[in-house]
Structure formats: structure tokens, C-alpha cells
Design a protein around this ligand. Sequence first.
Ligand SMILES: Nc1ncnc2c1ncn2[C@@H]1O[C@H](COP(=O)(O)OP(=O)(O)O)[C@@H](O)[C@H]1O
Ligand SMILES: C[C@@](O)(CCOP(=O)(O)O)CC(=O)O
Ligand SMILES: [Mg+2]
Length: 398
Amino acid sequence: MQVSELFVSAPGKAILHGEHAVVHGKVALAVSLNLRTYLRLETSTTGKVCINLPNIDTFFCWDVSELKQLITYSHGAKGDERKRLDPELLRTLREFADVTNGNLDTSNMATLSFLYLYLSLFRSGELPSLTVSVWSELPTGAGLGSSAAYSVCLAAALLSASGAIPTPLKEWDHTGRWCQEDLELINSWAFQGETIIHGNPSGVDNAVGTWGGMLRFLAGKIIPLNRVPLLRILLTNTKVPRSTKVLVARVKDKINKFPSIMTPVLDSVDAISCTCEKVLSEMTCEPITGEHYNILEELIDINQHHLNVMGVGHPTLDTLCQVTRTRGLHSKLTGAGGGGCGITLLRPETDYSVVQSTVQDLRDCGFDCWETSIGGPGVQQHSPLSIKEESLEILRRY
Ligand SMILES: Nc1ncnc2c1ncn2[C@@H]1O[C@H](COP(=O)(O)OP(=O)(O)O)[C@@H](O)[C@H]1O
Ligand SMILES: C[C@@](O)(CCOP(=O)(O)O)CC(=O)O
Ligand SMILES: [Mg+2]
């Protein structure tokens, strides 16, 4: 065991275009948020492994000796264990935690992905006693990638604790970032955590959690978009709970039922992402005009219609679009939809008073609403000094 106390964090994300279509091999454009998930890992000599997940009211402790037996029963991963889940280990863990395959319980999903990563990453040596506490600024299950931020934090912390990757924080620094090769390893294990939570993730969310910034994602290929204009975005949480796993499965059923109808919709979303990328890039090399924003707004409107066609809309999301439309602003859902969050594009000239009135209108609908800054850094190691006092207090409380 390499560390005694370790802090890491990873950002949430907003998908500008391409949610759901990306699961079916189409382009998505996504960007990191300034809201983060923080994890503290502490080694101990108690002979126990404990997780504290206060956001979802989940607290568990197991004896290391009990967990050791689970590895004996498992035959070990075959092939490239970073890329594919080991079905045997997952089955053993489902039995151990009494979680059936169709189970969607928040706490069960988070526990299962922790145990899976812990056992996979330490199975070749001694299983260490440790306590992992996670605290997030992100709303859980609202389309802002909380599951990916959680999985990225788990992967980074457990890989570092196992010695598979170094801890990048220098004595004199407040934050440290891993090298490209280590980030790829973190990302691939985070994808496994996402797979346990989502069922069939595209990998875009864990890629943003790992690398941060804005990126283009296509079939596992990640291209950072460095030349993008500064965008002003309003985030609205309708507070309607939903599960990404259920919504992703719903879209798949629809595609299977109406392939000739849904395939053009997915192709159109792909074209929207590509057009948006082109416009964003033009905006960095020529003077930004009103026409650039007109196109971005139209793309948002068209995509929102497509997402409704896919069956992932919600009456509250329709309300969000109507309310912002009366103020001349354009919105779409972000993430899996079915409730959760939407994004509204603000133009550079959008007056502060218009933003304030829109925020108030949306709050009057019972939604949470705030202007956000985008493009925060990907996964990081922290010194305790670089974590807000309230978050540090929560992480060290257990
Ligand atoms: N802070 C957290 N602590 C523990 N588990 C979390 C946390 N954030 C997210 N999760 C896990 O991720 C799941 C939500 O994932 P998902 O439905 O994909 O929504 P999201 O849009 O937030 O990613 C939760 O049910 C839980 O299992
Ligand atoms: C719907 C999807 O495109 C994004 C899901 O994001 P979230 O879990 O709702 O934050 C699924 C995926 O890409 O894995
Ligand atoms: Mg998710």
C-alpha cells in the first residue's frame, strides 16, 4: 500500500450535443463543469474496508477476510481486464451484496462499482484495509455525469493506492495531474465503474471526468477541442429523478423496434454535433457574429426535438424550453434526459437583467438554476489545502 491519506477530485460534465446517439457510435461534444466530486482514501490497520457516500446516504464496512474469500471464488479476468467487465467477479459480487441484475438502487450501484474496482485492482496482492469517503457538489442522477465523476475518482484513488500509477502531487503543489498514460489507465477503469452503473455507457462521461475541458467523442476516440470560444451557459435542474440506465435501454428498444425511423434521427444528431463543432471552431478564427449564435441556437432547438423523438423528453424539460424561449433563449436537455438537467445558451450580449429574470422564472417553476463556468480540469490529486473547508470537513468526518 503506497499512501496513508489521498485526496482526488473529478469534474461533472454537460453534453452540448450527441447524448444517446453517442451510445450508438455517433459524435458527441461534451464539456467539463466547475462542479466536482471529491474522494478521500485513508489506509488503516482495522482489517476493514469502509465506504462513506453521504450524498446517497450509504455507509458500509466489510471485513477484509470476508472480501478475500470473494476473490478465491472468482476465476479472474480473462483477456484485457481494463476494457471488459469480468462477469464472474460481477456475479460473485451481486450475490455477496444481494443485488439482482435489474436492480437500479442508487446505493447498490455505487457499492457494487466500488467493490468491483477494489477487488480487481488489489486481487493480485494483499487486500488492504482502507476507508473511502466521497462527497460531490454535483446533483446525483441529474444528467451532469455524477456517476462518471464518482467512477473516475474511485479509479484514480484505488490505482494510486495499489501502486499501479504514481501519486502526481509534488510536495510544494496544491494539485497534481497524472501523465497521459496514467490518465488512459484511470479512464479505462472508470469506464468499468460506469458500466456497472449505466449498463451500456458510451464512455464520453468518464473521458470528460478524466481529461476535463471540451472534447469530441466518437466510438471511444477522444479528441480534445482546444480552439473553442468561451461559452456562457445556464444550467437548470428540473429535479425530476431519472436513471441513465433506464433511459439508455429505452432508446435502444426504440431503435430495435423502428430501425428505419430511428437511424436517420441518430444520423441527424451526428450531423448536428459536427456542424456545432465546425461553427465553434470558426468562432475562434474569425470575428464572432450574431449569425454564429443563430446557428448554435437552431442546432439546440433541432436536437431537443430529436431527443423528444427518441423518447427521453419530459414535461418539465418542455417547460424549461418554453420559459427560456419567451426570454429569447434556447435550451435543450443534457445527459440522459427524462427529467434531470437542461442547458440554455446565453449570447455574449445577453444582458445580466435578462439572465436574472430567466433564472427567477425557472426557480418559480420549482427548478434549480444557475450560470455555470465550463472547462474545469480533469481528474486531479489534491493537497488538503486545495479543498474547500466544508468539503474537507465532510470527507474527514467518517
Ligand atoms: N456522490 C456520489 N456518491 C456515491 N454514488 C454516486 C455519487 N454520484 C453518483 N453516484 C452513483 O451514480 C448513480 C447516478 O448515475 P446516473 O443515473 O448515470 O446519473 P448522472 O447523470 O448523475 O451520472 C447513482 O445512482 C450512484 O450509484
Ligand atoms: C445518455 C448518455 O449519452 C449520457 C448520460 O449522461 P448522464 O449519466 O445522464 O450524466 C449515455 C452515455 O453516453 O453513456
Ligand atoms: Mg451517469
